[in-house]
Design a protein around this ligand. Structure first.
Ligand code: SF4
Length: 421
C-alpha cells in the first residue's frame, strides 16, 4: 500500500505525525483488535480532524457497516482493493462510502500484488506466497475476510525473492494465511507441487540470505517439509506452529485438522529434523467447554514441546462463528487466568532456553541501531529468532554480524562481536 501511494506522488510520514490521509490496515482476529481499529481512527483524527481516514484490512472486510459508522471514516476498503489504494485516495470525498466490490471477497482472481521494492529496513523482507483459507475453524473469522485459499504464481515468488536478495536483504520470511496449503502447478496430469518444493527452489537462489517461515499448521509439518527445513545453511531453526489447543476434544470442537497425538508427534519430529529448533506457537485459552483437564492438556503440550514464544489468545467470541453459539462459554475471568498461566509456562521455558545460549555463537541480523548518545548498541535477532543486543559493534557491518553470546538481560541475549569475525 505504501509503495502504491508513493508511486502516486504521496509522501509517507510517521503515523504519529500530521497527515492529509491516514490508511488503517485493520485486524479482526479478536474483539480487542476491532476496538484497537476504532481507537486508531480516533487517534489520527485528533492529529488532523480534517484528514481523510481509510479503513481497510480484515475488520473492514468483515464488518464494513460497523467500520463505516466510526465517526470520521471516509472510506472502507475491502481486502481486494487495498493494494490499489492510491486510485481510491484520488477519488476520495469526505463522506462515508462502502464500495460494493470491497465486500465481495469471493471474487478474488488470484492476481498477486505488484513486485515489492523493499521494506522500511534492509534486514528482513516478507514474501507472501499464499492467500486465503479453505478451512472453517469454528472460532475464526479470518477465512471469511481473506476468501478461499489460492497460491501465488511460482515464477512471481521466485522473482520477488531474487529482487530482495540482490537488494541486500539478509532474511526472507515466507508468509501465507494457511501457508502449508500452498501448491504450485506441477505436472501435466494436473498434480500439484507442495510448499516443500517451492522452498527448495527459493533455497537454490544464489546469495547470502536465510529463510524463515511464518506460522504453519501442524497438519502441514510433513516429514518432507521438515527435511527441507533441516538445512541449517538456508533455513532458520525456528517454527511458529498454530497449535491452538492440546486437547483432542477441544481441537475437534474447534474443527482443527489434527488431534493431540498427531500434534505431539509432529512437534517431536520437527525437533528431530531441525538442529537447535526454537518453537513459537499460537495457542488459545478458554475455548467454550474447555475443562480444567482440557486446559491442562494444552499446558502439557506447551511444556513438553518446550515452546518458548507462545502467542496466547484468550478466546474471543466473534460474531457469526459457531464457537460463539456454544452455550457453555468459559467465564472471561477464567479465560484470562488460563491465558496468564500459559504465558508463565512459556516464560519459564524461555528463561531456560535463553540461558542455554550463553557461550554460543551465531549470525545476528541487525534490525535497529541505537543513537550513539544512548548506548551505541545494535539490536536484532539470531536465526532462531532470539533477540540480541550487541554491545561493541565497532567494525561490524550494519546488516549482519557474527556474535558470541555473553549473558542474558531482561529476556534479551547480550552479545559481543564474535572473535572469529
Ligand atoms: S486454518 Fe482455521 S484458524 Fe487458520 S485462517 Fe483457516 S479457518 Fe482461520
Amino acid at each position: 500500500m505504501a509503495q502504491d501511494l508513493e508511486r502516486d506522488q504521496w509522501r509517507l510520514v510517521d503515523p504519529t505525525e500530521f497527515a492529509d490521509v491516514y490508511v488503517i490496515n485493520s485486524c479482526t482476529v479478536t474483539a480487542e483488535a476491532d476496538r484497537q481499529t476504532r481507537q486508531a481512527v480516533r487517534r489520527v483524527l485528533r492529529q488532523n480532524p480534517k484528514a481523510h481516514v481509510i479503513v481497510t484490512g480484515c475488520y473492514a472486510q468483515n464488518q464494513a457497516d460497523a467500520c463505516a459508522e466510526i465517526p470520521g471514516v471516509s472510506l472502507v476498503l475491502g481486502n481486494d482493493h487495498k493494494f490499489a489504494v492510491a486510485k481510491f485516495v484520488q477519488n476520495l470525498k469526505k463522506s462515508v462510502q462502502v464500495p460494493e466490490a470491497a465486500i465481495q471477497i469471493d471474487r478474488l482472481t488470484g492476481l498477486p500484488p505488484a513486485l515489492l521494492e523493499g521494506f522500511e529496513s534492509r534486514s528482513r523482507a516478507f514474501v507472501q506466497v499464499q492467500q486465503g483459507c479453505d478451512q472453517s475453524c469454528t472460532f475464526c473469522v479470518i477465512h471469511r475476510a481473506r476468501g478461499p485459499s489460492w497460491s501465488f504464481d511460482e515464477a512471481h515468488i521466485l522473482r520477488q525473492v531474487r529482487n530482495f536478495v540482490s537488494g541486500g536483504f539478509s532474511e526472507v520470511v515466507i508468509c501465507g494465511v494457511d501457508l502449508g496449503s500452498y501448491e504450485s502447478p506441477g505436472f501435466e496430469d494436473g498434480s500439484r507441487l507442495p510448499l516443500a518444493s517451492l522452498l527448495k527452489k527459493i533455497a537454490d537462489i544464489p546469495g547470502a540470505f536465510r529463510i524463515r517461515l511464518s506460522s504453519v499448521d501442524p497438519v502441514h509439518l510433513t516429514d518432507d517439509l521438515l527435511a527441507v527445513l533441516s538445512d541449517p545453511e538456508r533455513f532458520c531453526p525456528y517454527l511458529h506452529v498454530s497449535i491452538q489447543s492440546g486437547s483432542t476434544l477441544i481441537l475437534k470442537r474447534m474443527k482443527r485438522r489434527y488431534d493431540r497425538e498427531f500434534l505431539i508427534d509432529r512437534l517431536e519430529s520437527a525437533r528431530q529434523h531441525i538442529n537447535g529448533l526454537v518453537l513459537g506457537a499460537d495457542v488459545m485459552a478458554g475455548f467454550p467447554t474447555e475443562s480444567e483437564q482440557d486446559f491442562a492438556d494444552t499446558v502439557d503440550v506447551i511444556d513438553r514441546a518446550q515452546v518458548i514464544y507462545p502467542h496466547v489468545f484468550s478466546f474471543s467470541a466473534r460474531p457469526g462463528t459457531p464457537a460463539a453459539r456454544i452455550p457453555r462459554q468459559v467465564p472471561k475471568e477464567e479465560r484470562r487466568r488460563r491465558a496468564a498461566t500459559l504465558r508463565t509456562v512459556g516464560e519459564a521455558n524461555r528463561r531456560l532456553a535463553l540461558r542455554r545460549m550463553i557461550g554460543s555463537v551465531g549470525q545476528l541480523i541487525v534490525e535497529r541501531v541505537d543513537v550513539p548518545a544512548k548506548s551505541n548498541a545494535y539490536h536484532g535477532r539470531l536465526a532462531n529468532y532470539m533477540p540480541v543486543r550487541l554491545m561493541d559493534p565497532e567494525n561490524a557491518s550494519e546488516n549482519e554480524v557474527g556474535v558470541e553470546i555473553q549473558r542474558v538481560s531482561e529476556e534479551v541475549l547480550v552479545a559481543r562481536v564474535s572473535p572469529s569475525e
